[in-house]
Design a protein around this ligand. Sequence first.
Ligand code: SF4
Length: 407
Amino acid sequence: MKSVEIVSPAGNLEKLKFAVKFGADNVYFGGNEFNLRVQADNFTTEEIKEGIAYCKERGVKTTFLLNSYLHEGDLPSASRYIQKIADFGFDAVMVSDPGMMILLKENGLKCEFHLSTQMNVLNHLSVKFWMEAGFHRIVLAREASVDEIRKIKEYTGAEIEVFAHGALCIAYSGRCLLSRYLSGRDANQGDCAQPCRWRYSLIEEKRPGSYLDIIEHARGTEILSSKDLCIIDRLEEYIDAGVDAFKIEGRMKSLYHCANTTRIYKYASKIAGTDEFQKMLPFFIEELDLISHRPYTNDLFNEFGNLGFTGVPYIKKVLFSGYRLEGDESAKEIKLKTFNPIYREDLLDGIFPIRDSILDSSYRVVNIRDESGNLIDMARPGSICVIEFDKPVYGDAIFRKRLDDKR
Ligand code: SF4
């Protein structure tokens, strides 16, 4: 099948590097202003430059997010910000607001322009309109069906990107006032508090303070919260329909989430259309189940009937233990940056970028030393330590611990 791009979320510089190591063809990230994730660990100017240089050296593209909506009063500061970043050398800028596009052109930004999913493009006439306005790639609304994608591609030849994996909104492609109304934080300015995932009760107007539970399942209800998107089992259909790039959602999610989804979608797209894809599908599905997620759906594009929420609200089967900090030679003793506690005798999964084979394996922790070389029983989250495993670790490793491990 034709080759497609995997576009991965880079919530910070650390995640950007792991997205690249684990197979991203393109990474997207935002600076401190004008992108739709003001709560993410956004990049400083120096980090933007370092991120671009890191990607360029490895042949990976960068997409910079300037996709918030501008109020009248934002225009001068947006213009100043564009001037500051104009020469950084992004491959593309992601835009929602046509006003932003005008400012980018006025300030001479030389790169591709990608249209954000927030513009809700669902048909070929709309694609033509945006192409004539100067957009090179269109990120379709999440609601576009496979048939619609196929027709849009056929009628326009445009470069098409679609969301493949991650959280969904109950609002139409993210256009939502819930957060602004309930918490004063505007989703359309990148500050969504995700009130669709909060728990709600019923109150009868004459009995204030008497909250009646709405019970959807044993742990309460999330009546407004949708399932997460995962189209791995339909990836070939989407490639066949003409998709050029698959986007993974989740700049706010962990480095482990970013790396593991990236490597799975990258490898799956590489072998799509071959017998190996079907053989590997159970592995892909299992790995995507081992990142924290809500129950998955693969059919948002076609059927809205399956958005109902049943079962446990959040599925979390592993803890992200940490990653190898330095070196890629084979060694039993390696330096790790930790994200959750690691104890002596722990059995951890090591996962690796997939090139021609799966190198994943389990590793027993033999010894842990702190940065001063002292033996310790537990590595604290957020620390740097040296861990001796029972066998050599190869290359860039990420470690996780299974929560129900019976091994
Ligand atoms: S509140 Fe929920 S539905 Fe609305 S924008 Fe935020 S995540 Fe999307």
